[in-house]
Write a protein that binds this ligand. Sequence first.
Ligand SMILES: NC(=O)c1ccc[n+]([C@@H]2O[C@H](COP(=O)([O-])OP(=O)(O)OC[C@H]3O[C@@H](n4cnc5c(N)ncnc54)[C@H](O)[C@@H]3O)[C@@H](O)[C@H]2O)c1
Ligand SMILES: O=P(O)(O)OC[C@H]1O[C@H](O[C@H]2[C@H](O)[C@@H](O)[C@@H](O)O[C@@H]2CO)[C@H](O)[C@@H](O)[C@@H]1O
Ligand SMILES: [Mn+2]
Length: 440
Amino acid sequence: MKTFKIAIAGGGSTYTPGIAKALMLKREEFPVSEIRLYDINEERQNQVALITEKVVNEFDSNVKIAATTDPEKAFSGADFIFAQLRVGGNVMREKDEKIPFSHGIVGQETCGPGGMAYGLRTITPMIELCDFAEQYAPSAWIINYSNPAAIVAEALRKMRPNAQILNICDMPIGMMLRMAEILGCEKDEIEVDYFGLNHFGWFTDVYVKGESRMKELREYMSEHGLVTPEQSKDLQHSDADWIKAHRNVAKMLQLFPQYLPSSYLQYYLIPQTVVDQTDPAYTRANRVMDNREKNLFDSIKHLEQTGEFMEGFNVGVHGTFIVDVAMSLAFDRRERFLLIVENNGAIPNLPADAMVEIPAYVTSRGPEPIRMESIELFYKGLIEQQLASEKLLVEAALEGSYQKALQAFSLNKTFPSAEVAKTVLDELIEANKDYWPALA
Ligand SMILES: NC(=O)c1ccc[n+]([C@@H]2O[C@H](COP(=O)([O-])OP(=O)(O)OC[C@H]3O[C@@H](n4cnc5c(N)ncnc54)[C@H](O)[C@@H]3O)[C@@H](O)[C@H]2O)c1
Ligand SMILES: O=P(O)(O)OC[C@H]1O[C@H](O[C@H]2[C@H](O)[C@@H](O)[C@@H](O)O[C@@H]2CO)[C@H](O)[C@@H](O)[C@@H]1O
Ligand SMILES: [Mn+2]
């Protein structure tokens, strides 16, 4: 049986050990001979490599783990490249969140001005990654988690249309896990219909064994959102931020009961509620640094000092999802996933060149999106406004255009006016001067 070489770009990510463990859990079906970590931060990646090696060795000591900052070594002969770059790290994430909040505007990793700031940092490194793949591993698939996935996907559609890349997000699958808890079934028994953009979508139906369970879900979620008794057992989502986000789903459903909204729609539909619920001095970046990142590096320190393994990370749906997508590509499994793909008529009344998030069957040739019906005016209007914002942001980056960046910010529903958009944009330009393309 063929064995696979997996390269992980952003090897120093907090998710790397979880992804390595997810690979090991599937090793009977998907045998891996090498996991190569690639990062620009050598020190961080070497530390993460220590615990990754330990995790892998618990299952199979023949799997080779390598860590390098040399793209040629990392990618040559790789079958898959899993990408998870956080350009600027959590230090810049904190600025993306705190600058908007200081003006009373939502500050978030991937949505609104924070997401656009992160996008302007990430486009160039992701283009570079596609070029490394073309040079060193031309037949490899890149499966990309790097955020902001919507903006990354649009930039690569324009700049590297022939790249073998699949952009993915674990948010819908995380929500499906919660829905399974509500319905008392397994996540894998659920099939969904869904449309939107990444972090901007709706479940239009949820089936278990072919039967729609929307009515029960709507009733439960209108009252509790996605908060379930099981939530407290889930390391990733037991913290106050996720509980708030999951509760806010109820507020959105009370306003618009037709479809089940992605929890990230809260940043666009009820932004003032989010601002009121957030401590602008302690944002999500602080929580992540003080928990997910600290726990991982504490467990690495413990491993270095004692040689003993303390888990300190989470596999969750995040790790299993990327491995499942890779397996469907590797073995032509034709499994159905929600993916970020070029619309090309799948949603007839949205532009063909929109990068939409919809169901697709994954074969060895890539995704085959399903055909859907036209969407109603309310959703079309919201999506087109957000899409225009994302497309203008990408054009701003590629053309170095300040005016297009201001248009992108002003069109974003997180802003009440173009004047506030300009104030926040100008502060973000100053904070990102080491990262963004020049905007004139
Ligand atoms: N799409 C999704 O649904 C989803 C879900 C979870 C996380 N993510 C994304 O995964 C990424 C990793 O998240 P994290 O919290 O583990 O971040 P992290 O900061 O722990 O790790 C990111 C790593 O990327 C590295 N990096 C930065 N720029 C790089 C470059 N140009 N080349 C190679 N490596 C580079 C950093 O040095 C760091 O080690 C983020 O982009 C995050 O938004 C996406
Ligand atoms: O604030 P963070 O860094 O903890 O998480 C931000 C990410 O949130 C989403 O991913 C969730 C996902 O929804 C859930 O199912 C599980 O896998 O955990 C993930 C991380 O919390 C979102 O989809 C990502 O794009 C964000 O980066
Ligand atoms: Mn996501």
